[in-house]
Design a protein. Structure first.
Length: 60
């Protein structure tokens, strides 16, 4: 099932917010550093990207 752009952006924002919170409260980063880390970890991917919306938390 393909995601709508709104659904994807909502999920992306939620993932970034949670990651930034964890990096700030448990990783010791400043709010600015945590926000930058979240953007890097959860980049925007265009609709045609095969792996859009996928992220692997453990390396193979």
């Amino acid at each position: 099932m393909a995601w709508s752009e709104a659904e994807y952006l909502d999920c992306l924002h939620s993932e970034r917010r949670g990651y930034a919170w964890a990096m700030q409260h448990h990783g010791g980063l400043s709010p600015e550093e945590a926000g930058k880390a979240a953007l890097k970890r959860y980049p925007y991917k265009p609709a045609e990207a095969a792996d859009r919306g996928l992220i692997f938390h453990d390396e193979a």
